[in-house]
Each structure stands twice: as structure tokens, then as C-alpha cells.
Design a protein around this ligand. Structure first.
Ligand SMILES: [Zn+2]
Length: 372
């Protein structure tokens, strides 16, 4: 099985696609739940599958420090370890080194840092990051890049983007091709359209199995993020999947799909699920709110998840008030189901040629006055 991406239907810039991998197919657009340390927090692997998710994301930084990439390899790889035979994408570790590690030092060839867990010293280079992702048995590996700080001047953003391009070329050299496995490049360039276009063109010149747009959702705002997509996506090949890293809210996802993005990951649905925030067809709710205490209705009457089909809002409210583990479990299940069905709904609308009407209806639903 070759790593391949097929477009099934288009609607404007949006695509409905099929990603084929060594670990099975993925319909796009798709949302990838975070399995940061080898688990989607508060969910069994079976529960994640029940939400409809077909690809999850593991974090190289966390897994290299604990339990360690060699140990994961000795366990038979991440798929076997976490009972997830489906596709797994791993990030390069670069983002978390910059956001979590202590005493990090960046140089032309990589980054040296101290673990936030025990202070031990580690080094990530493009080749080492790709090697770790190979040890984890990632279906999709990401190149090591520098996450350009925001805000950055155009000169700072250019230097950072050019460093990431050098690292992208080294990552490609280090990547060991296997059937059905892929390596993605990452477009950088902050909010500067000409830098984004130059980054995309250079990455396409190196040649990757897919292309990510990185360095967004860092405080630039939705309008600036969409402007970056408008400047970037036209420079990416139509036959390769496009992945917007770390984004976002349901509204962000709809706008990005309309601009030609196929894949997403974000902490929002899982983190919100653990903190009583529910994403629904009628908007976002905090289930700790006292107005839910006596609510006998379902959280979202259109949702097929166990939180919505077997329980009322009053019970979910009670679980969070009582600090019960089942509250985060049920609400994570719900939020991931909502995100998956949102993507599948957009996919069906692209196929049916009515994406813009569907997007407008979704947005109108979030404003429903009689929300629970
Ligand atoms: Zn639900």
C-alpha cells in the first residue's frame, strides 16, 4: 500500500478526500484527537474509535522523554502499545521543546534542552527527530522546524523560515521510506504572505508526502490565520494532503476547510471535555453552570454519543460538581464525536456541492436562542 491522497470531490477550494496509509484509510477533512503521551486523555482506544476518529496524534517530545522512544520500539511501536492499529501522526517535538522544556539552546543544527520532567539534557536535530518518529512507528512523521515566535518582525520571520527549510531538507534525507508511511513538510513564515509563499514553494521543491501549515493559532487571530491560508494553499500541490497544525475552534475548522485544508489537530475538544466545556450544535456550554442542575434534556439532541443518548444535562452537571472521573470521560467522548461529525458533515456537503449553505446553517445553529 503506497501512501496516497485522492480527491473525491471539490467545492471551491475545499476538498473531500481519501488518505491511504499503511495503517488504513482516512476520509478527509479529518480531525485528529491528541494522544499526547500515547493515550487520548480520559478515553480508551475503543471509545476513541467509537467517536469515528481514524487517525490520532502522538507527541514526540513527551514520548521521547517518557517512556522513551527505544522503549516504545521494544514494545512493538506506538500502535501496539496503545491498541491503535490505525494511522498515527507524530509531531517533530520542536513545538513542545520551545513551549515546555527548560534551558533550551537553538543552533543551526538543532536544539539542546533540559527535560521538564527531571532536568536531564537532550538534543533534537532534524535527523534525530525523524529517527525517534521511526522508532515510535509513526504512520506520518513531521519535519523538525522552528516555531517562529509571534509577533516577529519580517526579518526575524524570514531567518526562522529559512532555518526551518534547511531542517526540512535534512529531515527528508534522514527519513527512511516505507510503503504506506509518509513525511510532511511544514510551511512557516509567520503572517507575511510572501514568506509563506516562498516557504511553500521551497518545500514543494524538496518534495513531501503532505504539507502542513505551522506557526498559527499563536495569537494572530482568525482573520490573520485565514489570510495566511489564502497566501499558502494555492502554492501547495493538489495531489497531497494539507494539514493545519494546532487549530482550532469549530468555526476555525469550517473556514479552513473552505480554504482547502484536509487535516487538523487541536487540544480544544479533549481539554474542554475535561473542564466541563461542551461543543454542541447549539454552541459552547459550561456544564458546571447552575442552569444545568435540573435540566432533564440531552446535551445535544442531534448527537449520537453516550453522553447525549444515555444521560441528561443534569447528570453531567452533577458529575462535574462531584468531581467524578466519568464527567471528563463522557464530555471528552461527546466533544470528539462532535468534532468528528462536524468534519464528516463538511465532507458530505462538499460531495453534495452545498458546502457554503451547510457552513451557514452550522454557524446559525450556534446562535440558537433556546440553547440549554
Ligand atoms: Zn454527544
Amino acid at each position: 500500500m503506497d501512501f496516497a491522497f485522492h480527491t473525491v470531490a471539490v467545492s471551491g477550494a475545499a476538498r473531500a478526500g481519501l488518505l491511504e496509509t499503511a495503517h488504513g484509510p482516512v476520509e478527509t477533512p479529518t480531525f485528529m484527537p491528541l494522544a499526547t503521551t500515547g493515550t487520548v486523555k480520559a478515553m480508551t482506544a475503543d471509545a476513541v474509535r467509537e467517536t469515528g476518529a481514524r487517525i490520532v496524534l502522538g507527541n514526540t517530545y513527551h514520548l521521547m522523554l517518557r517512556p522513551g522512544a527505544e522503549r516504545v520500539a521494544a514494545f512493538g511501536g506506538l500502535h501496539r502499545l496503545m491498541d491503535w492499529p490505525g494511522p498515527i501522526l507524530t509531531d517533530s517535538g520542536g513545538f513542545q521543546v520551545m513551549s515546555l522544556a527548560k534551558l533550551r539552546t537553538l543552533d543551526r543544527d538543532g536544539v539542546t534542552f533540559q527535560s521538564h520532567l527531571d532536568g536531564s539534557t537532550h538534543r533534537l536535530t532534524p535527523a534525530r527527530s525523524v529517527e525517534i518518529q521511526h522508532q515510535l512507528d509513526a504512520t506520518i512523521s513531521m519535519v523538525l522546524d522552528e516555531c517562529t515566535p509571534f509577533p516577529a518582525t519580517e526579518e526575524e520571520a524570514r531567518r526562522s523560515m529559512e532555518l526551518s527549510l534547511r531542517w526540512a531538507a535534512r529531515s527528508k534525507e534522514a527519513f527512511r521510506q516505507r510503503p504506506g508511511y509518509g513525511l510532511f513538510g511544514i510551511v512557516q513564515g509567520s503572517v507575511f504572505p510572501e514568506l509563506r509563499a516562498a516557504s511553500a514553494e521551497a518545500l514543494v521543491g524538496i518534495g513531501f508526502d503532505g504539507y502542513a501549515v505551522g506557526g498559527l493559532a499563536v495569537g494572530e487571530g482568525q482573520a490573520a490565520m485565514f489570510a495566511v491560508l489564502d497566501a499558502t494553499v494555492p502554492g501547495l500541490p493538489g495531489g497531497a494532503p494539507r494539514y493545519l497544525m494546532g487549530v482550532g475552534t469549530p468555526d476555525d475548522l469550517i473556514g479552513a476547510v473552505q480554504r482547502g485544508i484536509d487535516m487538523f489537530d487541536c487540544v480544544i475538544p479533549t481539554r474542554a471535555g475535561r473542564t466541563a466545556r461542551a461543543y454542541t450544535s447549539r454552541g459552547v456550554f459550561n456544564l458546571r453552570n447552575a442552569r444545568f442542575a435540573d435540566d432533564v434534556g440531552p446535551l445535544d439532541p442531534t448527537c449520537r454519543c453516550p453522553a447525549c443518548t444515555r444521560h441528561c444535562c443534569g447528570y453531567l452537571h452533577h458529575l462535574f460538581k462531584a468531581g467524578e472521573m466519568l464527567g471528563p470521560m463522557l464530555l471528552t467522548w461527546h466533544n470528539l464525536t462532535y468534532y468528528h461529525d462536524l468534519m464528516q458533515g463538511l465532507r458530505a456537503a462538499i460531495v453534495a456541492g452545498r458546502l457554503d449553505e451547510h457552513a451557514a446553517a452550522l454557524r446559525a445553529g450556534w446562535k440558537t436562542e433556546d440553547a440549554p
